[in-house]
Design a binder for this molecule. Structure first.
Ligand SMILES: Nc1nc2c(ncn2[C@@H]2O[C@H](COP(=O)(O)OP(=O)(O)OP(=O)(O)O)[C@@H](O)[C@H]2O)c(=O)[nH]1
Ligand SMILES: [Mg+2]
Length: 421
């Protein structure tokens, strides 16, 4: 846990139409705020289907809690959803303390967790895009940016100058991210040439994606009981059983209402998910609120354009269940990434899911083409093999692109032989 800093008061707008119960909302906001090392001194929930345009929560309620904040020595109030710059200003006036919203909290967690250059650039971009419409001429928000002092043009106010610098920095970041994105695209193309299908792990933050990734690939990436431990995508080979292999990618976890700025800025990272052959959705089935988390992940998948990629659901953390699976559990493979329970079933289910767009092909592979034979065995399900005089004859179920490649290699070999006479 990071060193304690602020004393926070949570403000929650309970909106029945959002389908989130206020306890779930409160629990998650508390975890988010505590991840920053802030202490939660109290919570106020107001049932309010529509936010007040000026003050977000009702002004009466706010006046009522103002002295409470004073008594508890609260230094910051946290709004449970993104609020407008005007609402923030009014809230600060009414409450007499700094007000931040959930988006800012999430952005700050991301900023603290980012390790790679790409991760840092993406977080900074998201933060600046959030900040730009909120600059109010105080200029102090810019102190985080550090760096040189821009020169003021003739007649330009401090605020205008700050905005201009911010826009310049945003443009610069967008350019750098574009370059990184192009490089990532190249790496993906290279991977495609391996011919192995790509399985992308997705899921709510803290569901157990990295723990499962480590189990399946034998890696040792950090997995912890905190939100947003993973920010950078990692891709590794893993075994599907019967000698078959695929690539597995681990990436940033989702939460409900993932700030729009983050989804946009993390496009390069999220493209790992978009380009997958199969999405393996890891759901923590042991904790209440899994329905909402399932829904939230589906929503983000839709937002990033991955809605039509085939899914497989892994019902994780079954070791924590007392009885069986909770009523209404959707179809999926029950597993425990921690104990390893169910992982063989999961591998088989992944293989089967990848086979859905496979068709049967028959090949004859000469004995001196051992590499090709090994590659076919890794990428495809072998129905039968026969050792004949000319080579190994086999029937496999594979995707068209794999079959085309094998046929291409065999054809080239045939031509070389024919030319030599
Ligand atoms: N009991 C139990 N705990 C698990 C299981 N899978 C993961 N955990 C724990 O849950 C916590 C989160 O696991 P991670 O693998 O970091 O989760 P994640 O989905 O990668 O999370 P982010 O990267 O933060 O989005 C860790 O403390 C794990 O030890 C499981 O099957 N059973
Ligand atoms: Mg992780």
């Amino acid at each position: 846990m990071e060193p304690t800093g602020k004393k926070a008061w949570l403000l929650i707008r309970d909106d029945p139409s959002r389908g989130w119960d206020p306890e779930g909302e409160e629990g998650e906001l508390r975890v988010l705020v505590e991840s920053l090392g802030w202490e939660v001194a109290g919570v106020t929930v107001q049932r309010r289907p529509k936010p007040d345009p000026a003050t977000w929560l009702g002004p009466g309620k706010l006046k009522e809690i103002q002295p409470l904040l004073q008594d508890h020595g609260v230094t910051v109030a946290v709004a449970s959803e993104e609020i407008s710059p005007g609402q923030k200003l009014h809230l600060e006036e009414l409450l007499g303390v700094e007000v931040v919203d959930r988006t800012q909290v999430v952005l700050e967690i991301f900023a603290r967790r980012a390790r790679s250059r790409e991760g840092k650039l993406q977080v900074e971009l998201a933060q600046l895009r959030y900040l730009l419409p909120r600059l109010r001429g105080r200029g102090e928000e810019l102190s985080r940016l550090g760096g040189g002092i821009g020169t003021r043009g003739p007649g330009e106010t401090k605020l205008e100058m700050d905005r201009r610098r911010l826009r310049e920095r945003i443009r610069q970041l967008e350019g750098e991210i574009r370059e990184l994105r192009a490089r990532r695209e190249l790496v993906r193309t290279g991977r495609k040439r391996l011919g192995l299908p790509v399985v992308a792990l997705v899921g709510y933050s803290n569901a157990g994606k990295t723990t499962l990734f480590n189990r399946l690939t034998g890696e040792d990436l950090p997995a912890e009981d905190r939100l947003f431990v993973t920010l950078d995508p990692t891709v590794r080979r893993f075994q599907l059983g019967e000698g078959r292999q695929a690539l597995l990618s681990d990436t940033v976890g989702f939460i409900h209402d993932l700030p729009r700025h983050l989804v946009e800025a993390f496009h390069a990272t999220l493209e790992e998910v978009n380009s997958a052959d199969l999405i393996l959705h890891v759901l923590d089935i042991s904790r209440t609120g899994w329905e909402e988390r399932l829904e939230a992940v589906e929503e983000v998948l839709g937002e990033i354009g991955a809605g039509s990629i085939p899914r497989l659901l892994a019902l994780n953390q079954v070791d924590r269940l007392d009885g069986g699976l909770p009523p209404g559990t959707p179809g999926g493979v029950p597993i425990s990434a921690l104990t390893g329970e169910g992982l063989e079933d999961l591998r088989a289910a992944i293989a089967a899911a990848l086979d859905t767009d496979s068709r049967p092909y028959r090949f004859l592979i000469p004995y001196d083409m051992g590499d090709l034979l090994a590659w076919i065995r890794q990428t495809s399900r072998v129905a039968w093999e026969k050792f004949t005089e000319e080579g190994v004859e086999l029937e496999v179920y594979c995707r068209e692109e794999v079959a085309e490649r094998v046929q291409g290699i065999l054809w080239q070999r045939f031509r070389e032989r024919a030319l030599r006479g």
